[in-house]
Design a protein around this ligand. Structure first.
Ligand SMILES: *Cc1c(COP(=O)(O)O)cnc(C)c1O
Length: 390
């Protein structure tokens, strides 16, 4: 695989869109008609490959591609699968959970939220209690990796509780699918949503819904939107391999290339190992620079890491991130409501040497801001707690 860019684009350490390989970008230099058999074959191949990446059988799941960003695919599931007399329970421990609840509210779908602090995971016991008390809830939604902080929620334990009580289980795995192995059967997932431009390392343009066939089959006619009708989209893709409305042809050609590159890398386990290395390297370097991660170790995932702002009057995130940007590295502010944090992503076409270059840039920027004193103090404090060897 070649370098990510011919030396001009910044490296994206963000929650997405992300750095893609040069060859993925290059694959887009095509004009394909959406009714061309070459394109129809390409879409079939992509859908088959997605089920392989998920490790599910085509007899049990559909891979439905939905135009738009990831949120459009989430909205497609919420708007197309909850019956008129149904309701949704959303487990919220960050901004993306709140977004699913917002989607339901806009659609006037009865919605309840179980809310948790952003530093904690939803409790499957709470879910069981709510489901037993409220027969109006037909669907349960949860975020897998809450990209707000990087916390990874226990979807298998929650899925068991949901399935045992006969409800439909919907997982937003936008920022984790392809980067964290997910067993859809063990997690009892009915609908999993992800996006072309996160761990699958394609370019933006569409979302993906992995839909359990037996669940989707019952949703005909439930859609509250024409363009986001999940059942109709799946039906048409199955029937003649075509989209109902203009597909993002260039993004799809790039995406097939991205899926081939995922396979060449060694599939999800190898990609997971690369992201985990990126995370570990970054965490070690950031700790040495005096930064403190926001989440407790048991909640930290390796997709994206939140760090607290340094407790130093010379620190301004705007200046910090602007100077990093000038050095070719892009990071994002936090999305956490209660704490001053910023986030560094570990996903996309980025490798250990890119993480090292980011760390070097952060060190330089800290020096420039006169914050190295803070770092020295933090390091001194840490070494002071170690037993002295005299
Ligand atoms: C990125 C992301 C989304 C979707 O965002 P879009 O901007 O619509 O692509 C949704 N949920 C999570 C958890 C995400 O990380």
């Amino acid at each position: 695989m070649t370098a990510s860019a011919p030396g001009k684009d910044k490296l994206l350490f963000t929650p997405g869109p992300l750095t893609t390989s040069y060859t993925v970008k290059q694959a887009m230099l095509r004009d394909l008609g959406s009714r061309d058999t070459e394109f129809i074959d390409l879409v079939r191949d992509i859908r088959a490959r997605l089920l392989e990446v998920a490790g599910v059988s085509p007899g049990r799941f559909h891979a439905v591609i939905m135009q738009g960003s990831g949120t459009f695919a989430l909205e497609s599931v919420v708007s197309s699968t909850v019956p008129r007399d149904g309701g949704i329970l959303v487990l919220v421990n960050g901004a993306y959970g709140r977004r699913i609840a917002d989607i339901a509210r806009v659609l006037a779908i009865p919605c309840r939220c179980l809310e948790y602090p952003e530093t904690r995971c939803p409790d499957p016991g709470d879910v069981a209690r709510v489901l037993e008390a409220d027969p109006g809830i037909t669907h349960v939604a949860v975020i897998h990796c809450e990209t707000t902080t990087g916390i990874v929620n226990p979807i298998e334990a929650i899925g068991r509780v949901v399935a045992e009580r006969g409800r439909t289980f919907f997982v937003d795995a936008m920022s984790s699918f392809g980067g964290i192995p997910i067993d859809l059967e063990a997690c009892r997932i009915d609908y999993l949503v992800t996006s072309a431009n996160k761990c699958l390392e394609g370019v933006p343009g569409f979302g993906i819904v992995l839909a359990r066939r037996s669940s989707l089959a019952e949703t005909r006619g439930l859609a509250r939107s024409l363009s986001l009708d999940l059942w109709a989209q799946a039906e048409r893709l199955e029937a003649d391999g075509q989209f109902r409305f203009t597909p993002p042809t260039h993004a799809l050609v790039a995406f097939r290339r991205a899926l081939v590159e995922l396979e060449c890398e060694g599939g999800v386990p190898a990609r997971a190992a690369r992201y985990r290395r990126n995370h570990e390297l970054l965490l070690e370097g950031m700790t040495a620079l005096g930064f403190e991660p926001y989440l407790a170790p048991e909640h930290r995932g390796y997709i994206i890491t939140s760090f607290k702002y340094p407790d130093h009057p010379g620190f301004s995130f705007e200046t910090f991130s602007e100077r990093l940007r000038r050095r070719g590295h892009v990071i994002y502010p936090g999305k956490v409501s209660r704490a001053a944090c910023f986030r560094i992503g570990h996903i996309g076409h980025v490798f250990s040497h890119d993480v090292m270059s980011l760390l070097a840039a952060i060190g330089e920027v800290l020096e420039g801001l006169g914050i190295s004193a803070y770092r020295d103090r933090a390091v001194r404090q840490r070494t002071a707690t170690r037993p002295e060897v005299s």
